[in-house]
Design a protein around this ligand. Structure first.
Ligand code: GLA
Length: 356
């Protein structure tokens, strides 16, 4: 019998609006994009010396890894993702088998398009499917939200970035022609049609790369936790604007960003439902200003990229993702040309298994 195989694709994401709200139990409006990560897995023959080991090959990096299925030791870089996903899946009771993995993709790391979440989700889907095929009697259903939470644990505990659930949920639930309104206090996800007509959303690369585990990202998250402690609330979702106004700096500005960004998401959903793309442009600009002034996650190269989009006539532009580098997003009305180097982006399908 030929060995069991599986192949899974997981997309990256662009967040239309709602930045640094996910770990504050707030609101966001991301969508999945066409580019992502593909993981193909082939089970090792049972009883072979590889029967209880994973061999992984990262095609784009030309790097390999090899580790035991049971209790893989930690490792830096992309290896942390493969090892962490295997360990967390085992811990959650999914059957796993020794395998060869091949990882490939189109998402540059640190570009603000969630290459990490795409890698985690593709590994997860590929390994769960392979285990289910090889051990049908022990297979169990994997809920998409459960998988998103498992992937986030890998990011937090194995990679060291205290990120929230935005990227994984967007990758797992994405659908064509829609953004996802995510309420992180309930994990309720509602698709909101993103009808652009002749308008275009474009990405422009700032050229700068970030690593959330070592950027100011974890510090921002800690500042929000500190603000909650001072306010006596579980999350900033429960905080009032009046109470936030009394916080010491820089906590006041951090929490103000979060409260106002949640409100911008509500307004963006209403604008999309009303077909008012000009209002979306204004909200993108307001979000960027708050990310720069209040949340302080912009950089000179992000500012230069946003400026290029605005000079070209963008109806709105902002940094996307955690900040500290990566791409910026611009919205262009019909007949206004985006600058050279910008590329169009549209909501695409969420993570799925590929036909073999
Ligand atoms: C990164 C993190 C997400 C989210 C965004 C900011 O993409 O992975 O969890 O916090 O930054 O909105």
């Amino acid at each position: 019998m030929p060995p069991e195989r599986s192949c899974a694709f997981a997309p990256g994401r662009v967040n239309l609006i709602g930045e640094h709200t996910d770990y504050n139990q707030g609101l966001a409006l991301p969508f999945a994009i066409a580019e992502g990560v593909t993981v193909c897995a082939e089970a090792s023959p049972p009883g072979s010396p590889d029967g209880d080991r994973v061999r992984a090959f990262a095609r784009d990096l030309h790097e390999r890894d090899e580790f035991p299925l049971a209790e893989p030791p930690p490792a830096p870089g992309w290896r942390a993702f493969a090892r962490g996903i295997v360990a967390e899946l085992a811990q959650a009771g999914f059957p796993l088998v020794g395998a060869r993995l091949e990882i490939s993709g189109e998402l540059p790391p640190g570009a603000g398009l969630s290459s990490s979440a795409a890698l985690e989700v593709a590994l997860c889907l590929g390994l769960v499917e392979l285990g289910a095929r090889a051990c049908p009697d022990r297979a169990r259903l994997a809920g998409r939200t459960e998988l998103a939470e498992l992937c986030a644990r890998v990011e937090n505990d194995w990679v060291g970035a205290q990120t929230g659930l935005l990227d994984q949920l967007a990758s797992l639930y994405g659908e064509p022609d829609a953004a996802l309104r995510i309420d992180f206090s309930t994990l309720q996800i509602d698709p909101v049609p993103l009808r652009l007509g002749a308008w275009r959303l474009v990405l422009l690369d700032s050229g700068e790369r970030h690593v959330h585990a070592s950027s100011g990202y974890n510090e921002r998250r800690a500042e929000c936790a500190q603000a909650c402690e001072l306010l006596g609330v579980q999350s900033l979702r429960e905080a009032s604007a009046e109470a936030v106004a009394q916080l010491p700096e820089p906590l006041r500005r951090r929490a103000t960003h979060v409260l106002e960004e949640n409100q911008r998401v509500r307004e963006a959903v209403a604008a999309l439902r009303a077909g008012d793309l000009r209002a979306i442009g204004r909200l993108l600009n307001a979000s960027h200003e708050s990310l720069r002034e209040n949340y302080e996650v912009s950089t000179p190269s992000l500012e230069a990229a946003v400026e290029r989009l605005r000079l070209a006539g963008a109806a709105g532009a902002r940094l996307v993702g955690g900040g500290f580098g990566g791409n910026v997003l611009g919205l262009f009305e019909p007949n206004v040309r985006a600058p050279a180097g910008a590329r169009e982006v549209r909501p695409g399908v969420g993570a799925h298994l590929l036909e073999l």
